[in-house]
Ligand binder design. Sequence first.
Ligand code: ASP
Length: 325
Amino acid sequence: MTTGLATEHLPFGEKRDPQFFGKDILSVKQFDREHLETIFSVAHEMQGMVQRVGTFDLLKGKVLTNLFYEPSTRTSSSFVAAIERLGGSVIQINNVTFSSVSKGETLGDTVKTLECYSDAIVLRHPEKGSAAEAAAAADKPIINAGDGPGEHPTQALLDAYTIVEEMGRLDGLTVTMVGDLKYGRTVHSLARLLTMYGVTINYVSPQILRMPSEIVEEIGAGGIEQTETTDLESVLAQTDVLYVTRIQKERFEEPTDYDRVKDSYVITPEIMKGAKEDMIVMHPLPRVGEIAPEFDDDPRAAYFRQMEYGMYVRMALLALVLGRA
Ligand code: ASP
């Protein structure tokens, strides 16, 4: 049915890549290597443009909604920075307790409302599967910015882009993930995404925070070599990318379990003497003690650069999804 609200014409400047235009971004599973190469090359162009001109009008007239049911600093503000650097604007909903949700509105009704006002919705929600639920209700693109312990696809894309920019490649690297591999959604997405490359993955965690077996199986089926251990030092010397994560306190049912594992791994300059010179340390942040600040000046500490790469990747995704890349 024609609603009377539809527009048929293709405005000047629209370039629609059918792989991305109008699509939801829910999981890294929806991408193949070709998609990633497109995203990385557009992100690289964005990086150059921001360094040359700062802000430009590629998404002028486009409105993004940032709908956050869970706290966020980097993801939320980097999407704001991304749309604004592209000349678009943002409806920011950070504290849903002040919105209709507190009156009992369903997620489906909330996104149906917000898509009337905007061209895409970035959603962070505490429940696994919520982004897919929102996407089923909405016609406009939904971008999953973290669904509980599920996935965080835009983080994984920026993590992979960081590795490519810093190490020059993904193929053949040894990536060691350390910390909370059970609840850490960023490592769930990143491990899945890395199956597209010939990497080796080491998982280092306390016993109770091991990488979920279904993810290990999924990645093993992709032919990727994986090792699980509780001992970081046993794998550190071979590591090209050390991906450190926070123990996700908010997902523990028993506070005493959290207390038992909270300081399991702390990266210090001393420990890093056992690592290669030519490697990087990443972290999706926030950190709560897993990396000693004394390590920050080490050239291998890539976690602050990682955030900047994140803005370029989110600019690329918005441009692709909104049909102007
Ligand atoms: N910022 C990341 C996330 O939203 C990592 C974290 O919270 O520990 O998943």
